[in-house]
Design a protein around this ligand. Structure first.
Ligand SMILES: O=C(O)CCC(=O)C(=O)O
Length: 280
């Protein structure tokens, strides 16, 4: 279920052909692959501290809206989704265009793919409830298409702390929940939470700096954090080439400094705009 990359792969920042093939096959058949402890600790701490310095004041300012009981999905969970501003250290190549990730993404989604989402999910201390079990996608053709479709989106998570039993690990239903007919991801599909209670699931325990790459259809849910420290996951989405209207604001100078690969991934985003303020 978990993979540790070899010292050589970590050193070179490239996957061996065998690891690449295994990872691609695991995502196809099991819905995800987890590489343990890839980013250096010092980098993860820098990301964590920079993130908390954004999250804490943001949360104070928007506490009412975020904790509003009408905010159904996250009600009582103390989970917050925060879109990140396109600034360092978040927009560094090791995060947005890490070759250990992009080689896999390119194989599955094709080299013309995009990065379409730049955010975080945080289980904040004090949550009381689990999220409903869900997929991160909707159906493409509603209830009119009764076969499984190829993978269109890969979510990439970087946990910024060690994720343990105690601090709100994501729970995942692996093995087949991404392989249903397209209609199963439509609003009228049979209740995922109802079925999920009777199905095998796992807690995604992982050391800080791991990389989790998952088909966005895999069922999962956030759980409450019983520790006194935030449990953030950076969450990026890579999407196959299809009509796409960019939303990520990237200053021109920042874009110009990116690698050719990162520029290609972000070519449809809002280039030449100031980095956006964080937003939930
Ligand atoms: O990071 C997590 O625990 C998952 C959160 C989640 O699935 C969501 O907010 O949609």
């Amino acid at each position: 279920m978990r993979m540790r990359l070899s010292a050589e792969e970590l050193e070179s920042g490239r996957l061996s052909p065998e690891t690449l093939e295994l990872a691609v096959q695991l995502i196809k058949v099991n819905g995800y692959v987890l590489f343990e402890e890839v980013l250096p600790r010092a980098k993860v701490e820098e990301l964590f501290n920079s993130y908390v310095s954004i999250l804490d004041p943001y949360f104070e300012q928007h506490r009412e809206e975020i904790l509003n009981p009408g905010n159904g999905f996250n009600d009582g969970t103390n989970h917050v989704r925060l879109y990140l501003p396109f600034i360092k250290p978040f927009c560094e190549e090791a995060v947005i265009a890490n070759p250990l990730v992009t080689e896999i993404v390119d194989q599955i989604l094709g080299e013309a793919c995009y990065m379409t989402y730049f955010a975080t999910n945080t289980s904040m201390p004090g949550g009381k409830k689990k999220q409903p079990v869900h997929a991160d996608t909707s159906s493409r053709y509603g209830d009119r298409y009764d076969a499984n479709l190829p993978i269109a989106n890969l979510v990439v998570n970087y946990p910024l702390v060690d994720v343990t039993e105690n601090n709100g690990p994501m729970e995942v239903w692996p093995g087949g929940t991404h392989l249903h007919p397209d209609s199963w991801y439509a609003p009228g599909a049979f209740s995922k939470p109802k079925l999920a209670e009777h199905m095998h699931h796992i807690k995604m325990l992982m050391p800080a700096g791991s990389i989790l790459i998952r088909d966005d259809r895999v069922w999962h849910r956030g759980t409450p954090n019983h520790s006194d420290k935030h449990r953030p996951n950076i969450a990026l989405i890579y999407s196959a080439n299809a009509p796409h209207k960019g939303t990520i604001q990237i200053p021109q100078e920042t874009y110009d400094e990116l690698s050719t690969k990162a520029q290609k991934l972000l070519r449809k985003e809002l280039i030449g705009y100031p980095a956006a303020e964080p937003k939930h």
